[in-house]
Structure formats: C-alpha cells, structure tokens
Ligand binder design. Structure first.
Ligand SMILES: [Mg+2]
Length: 264
C-alpha cells in the first residue's frame, strides 16, 4: 500500500492496550472506533508471538494492518494468519547448535514446562511456543559461561536480549526498526506510540507523540527527554482506560476529529 494515511498508531499490548490483570481492551473501544472513523491505522507492537497476536488483532479489528511481533523480531503481515507467515526460527535454532551449552530455549521445552515457568495456561503456553522470529530461554550456567555464550552468539549473527528471567535470541530487529519501515511504507501524516515498559522506550521516542501508559504493576519508566517538551506524555489512568484517554485527546489536538464531525 502506498496511499498516505492521516495517522498511524503503534501500540504495545500487555499493560498498554490490554489491561494487565484482565487482558481486556474493552475500555479502549471508544478510541478504537474513533481511529477507524478517521482512517487511522493501528499497528500492534508486542513481545507476543504471531499465533498469540492473530486472534487479538482480529478481535480489536486491526487485522488490515501488520503487527510487530516477538518484540520486533518480525512482522505478522496485514491480513495474514500466523500459519502462513514465514520466519527465521529454524535458522536461529540451527545456529544455536553451534554455540556452547547452557541455553535452554522454548524449543527445548514442552508446553507444560513453558506453562510452569511463564505462569501461562497450558494452551496459552502452546501459542507462546509457536515462535517465528526469536527464541526465548533460560540460561543455566554461570556468568563466565554466559559471557562466552553471548560472544559466540554474536559471532554467529544472533542478537541476545535480556528481559526479566528470559534471554531471547533473534536475528536482530526491534519494535522501533519495524516502526521505521512501516512509516516509510504507509507515509502517515501523524504518528503516535503507546507503551508501558522499557522495551517500548525507543518506539515512544521515535513517534511524533509518545504516550507512557500508567502501570502500577510494573516498575515505572524513567523520565524521558520528550516529557520536558510535551512530545511524550503520561496517562493518569492505567491500561486501556489511559490508552483511550490519550488517543482521544491526541485526535482532538491533531484536529482529526473535526473531519469526522463534518462528515458524520
Ligand atoms: Mg507492556
């Protein structure tokens, strides 16, 4: 698609568009409807797999837009199913066999084991194990061995990132990298990014307007440079309520709702 869109919104899911306890986005429905009415695009950007995102994207109603999955490892293309999406997973697993021992990835684990270490229900764990672009796992050796493993991973073209207890290997790529590509592809007049955690910071800084969604369940984000100039704002309410507040406010500031009123 080459037609310019008025606005492209990039949004994290957990703790941002999805409530961190109930995983519901219902409170954001008014803002989601407004986005659709003004012709804005919504790109989900999450650590979830394509298999996990596919039903959520359909329920939200943004399956005509690509989603950034596995923390920026790759894209679930617009209108595609996870099953039809080609990824790098086999390449990553093949390169792992050349590395020093000590890394136990999701691909080495059963659904039950992943359920146990993530706290996910077994069927949800199965979806989380359907990787396309990255391999999360646990490091089982000491720190010195880890340093050797990380050097070898790098030499084999693997990027390693730590998040919580997991060490995740991919061929590179961040949420912000894909954001750049999609901005080039869709040429939006405006961009908004919304997120609640450190892995959203790059995305928040890249957008014309960044929104930090309050999440009292996570560790608060440090002050970001754009907050002093008003380019980045924080919501008072949490999750989808804060998401809705910020999107409606920004649509008004961008005068995008004016067109909506004129035609509606
Ligand atoms: Mg989050």
């Amino acid at each position: 698609m080459t037609q310019a869109v008025p606005l492209l919104v990039f949004s994290d899911l957990d703790g941002t568009l999805l409530d961190h306890a109930s995983y519901s986005f219902a409170a954001a429905r008014p803002a989601l409807d407004l986005l659709k009415a003004v012709g804005a695009g919504l790109v989900l950007a999450t650590s979830k797999t394509a298999a996990e995102v596919e039903p959520i994207r359909a329920a939200i109603g943004c399956d005509t837009w690509p989603a950034i999955v596995e923390n920026g490892g790759g894209l679930l293309p617009a209108g595609h199913a996870a099953d039809d999406t080609v990824g790098d997973y086999d390449t990553i697993r093949a390169r792992l066999t050349d590395l020093p021992r000590g890394f136990r990835g999701f691909g080495d684990m059963t659904d039950d084991e992943v359920a146990q270490i993530t706290g996910l229900a077994p069927d949800a764990a199965q979806q989380a194990r359907r990787r396309l672009f990255s391999e999360p796992g646990l490091w089982q050796g000491d720190d010195a061995a880890l340093a050797g493993f990380l050097d070898a991973a790098k030499a084999n073209g693997l990027t390693a990132r730590r998040g919580g207890r997991f060490l995740t290997l991919s061929l590179g790529g961040t949420k912000a990298d894909h954001m750049d590509d999609l901005i080039t592809r869709y040429r939006p007049r405006h961009t908004i990014a919304l997120g609640d955690a450190p892995n959203d910071i790059e995305m928040l800084q890249k957008a014309q307007h960044g929104v930090i969604i309050r999440n009292s369940g996570g560790s608060p984000l440090p002050s970001l440079e754009g907050e002093y100039t008003g380019r980045i704002r924080r919501t008072l309410r949490e999750g989808p309520m804060g998401w809705s507040d910020a999107v409606i406010q920004l649509l008004a500031e961008m005068n995008l709702m004016k067109d909506q009123n004129t035609h509606g």
